[in-house]
Design a protein around this ligand. Structure first.
Ligand code: C5P
Ligand code: ZN
Length: 426
């Protein structure tokens, strides 16, 4: 990736607008850009967006700036971006197949057949601005974890660099969620590795191990080394008693950020926290949080968990009513699932709830319908399918091969489902 022309554009500008995506990777991208550009003495404005749309472009056109940097979005919609402004696109979504307009400098690993998350691209760019920006690597790690690609392609190099800089440590630990920010018995109750899923049974199990849950609230990371070992052994024994296959398959890598405050130190939890702020549209609060104000964190995380739990419970209860084909599940949620959350629900379904190879979520938002698709079928290119299907219905869509989104006018859902089936069939 060659950043020279992009850096030249930055050097010529003094007032820069950063437009970034509202998910974890997009927020990490924005954080890296804001900090590195401010350190370079630039005035920086930020606009966080759910997707590129004509409304977004007309809003951006009203904001005074002498350079616009799009991060973690933009590549898929090059022909929609303003023609009369200096633009840099730092993205990893599949680029639209058009001649790149003169005013746009695009840097995208996909053009070199590589994978690197949006925040990874922004991090490499920030290093070109000034090598001192290497402390921002934490956000590149979190962005890659948020986009589920930390062990893939160029992201791995970022991970290794972060370890070398002594900002990241990878430890084997229990395959549970919430090593830092969840009470131990809650993490265990919700974990697939643990046969007990009832609160009082879990508490009793921990009491028998003499792991004290009274006193100070305890999460997995608060346990002593001996307590962790004892817990691990007893979980394996419990799994043997329950005849569970591969009883010792209970470990995963924990990515620990060594220079972040404790609440943000588990990179996987950090990525969930950012998704929570983003998907609940708390855009001002998220940058305050990233600047050290952690007071809002717990409240936002709790609200996000409640929202996901409600949406998930609605979707699982109604699973039998959803339209299905041999390979596709359609979650046509109407107003029952928030359009900001439908992508998360589609991801949860493809990752375990359904055996179908493709999940399509549809959720109403004002006069439009938000579509989120996820696939585990190698032969399917959702970016291509969504961009074509949405375009046919007067909407827009795109993304990645295995995860893409879009928007169409309300009332066109049935038509969309039919066209989508035809494309997948082909
Ligand atoms: O919105 P959702 O989570 O389903 O998006 C899946 C992927 O598709 C994301 O990477 C998102 O940036 C991308 N996307 C896109 N254009 C849209 C909607 C989503 O490129 N209109
Ligand atoms: Zn991304």
């Amino acid at each position: 990736m060659d950043f020279r022309r992009a850096i030249e554009k930055v050097n010529k500008a003094s007032n820069i607008l950063v437009v970034s995506h509202f998910d974890c990777d997009g927020l990490c991208s924005a954080k890296i850009l804001i900090d590195s550009l401010k350190r370079a003495g630039k005035q920086v404005k930020v606009k966080i967006a759910k997707e590129i749309s004509l409304e977004l472009i007309s809003e951006i056109e009203k904001i005074n700036s002498d350079l616009i940097i799009f991060s973690d979005l933009g590549s898929g919609y090059l022909s929609l971006l303003p023609e009369n402004r200096e633009i840099i696109v730092l993205d990893h979504h599949t680029p639209e197949k058009v001649q790149i307009p003169q005013n746009i400098e695009q840097i995208n690993p996909v053009l070199e057949n590589k994978e690197l998350c949006g925040a990874g691209v922004c991090y490499l760019f920030s290093l070109e601005l000034d090598r001192k920006n290497q402390d921002l690597i934490d956000f590149a790690v979190v962005g890659a974890i948020g986009d589920n690609q930390i062990e893939i392609s160029e992201n791995k190099k970022i991970k290794e660099k972060a370890i070398q800089l002594k900002r990241l440590k990878i430890e084997k630990g229990l395959k549970i969620f919430g090593h830092v920010n969840r009470l131990l018995h809650e993490s265990l109750r919700n974990a697939n590795i643990f046969p007990l899923n009832n609160d009082s049974h879990v508490v009793q199990f921990l009491n028998e191990l003499k792991i004290d849950l009274k006193g100070k609230p305890k999460s997995y990371c608060d346990l002593t080394k001996e307590e962790k070992e004892k817990l691990t052994l007893e979980i394996i024994k419990e799994r043997i008693r329950e005849n569970i296959e591969n009883p010792a398959d209970i470990f995963s890598d924990i990515y620990i950020l060594l220079k972040q405050p404790k609440l943000l130190s588990d990179a996987l939890e950090f990525s969930t926290i950012l998704n929570a702020f983003g998907r609940l549209e708390k855009f001002d609060e998220v940058f305050e949080m990233l600047s050290g104000n952690l007071n809002t964190l717990e409240r936002v995380l709790a609200e996000y968990r409640r929202k996901i739990a409600t949406c998930l419970s609605w979707a699982t209860k109604n699973l039998k009513n959803f339209r299905k084909t041999e390979n596709i599940l359609f979650i046509d949620a109407k107003k029952n699932i928030d359009s900001n959350i439908i992508g998360t629900i589609a991801s949860i379904f493809i990752n375990g709830i359904t055996d179908k190879k493709i999940v399509v979520g549809l959720a109403e938002s004002d006069n439009e319908v938000k579509i989120s698709t996820r696939s585990k079928e190698q032969k399917i290119d959702l970016d291509l399918i969504l961009s074509e299907c949405c375009k046919k219905l007067g909407g827009i869509g795109g993304g990645h091969k295995e995860a893409a989104g879009g928007k169409i006018e309300k009332g066109k859902e049935k038509e969309f489902i039919n066209i989508f089936c035809e494309y997948v069939g082909e």
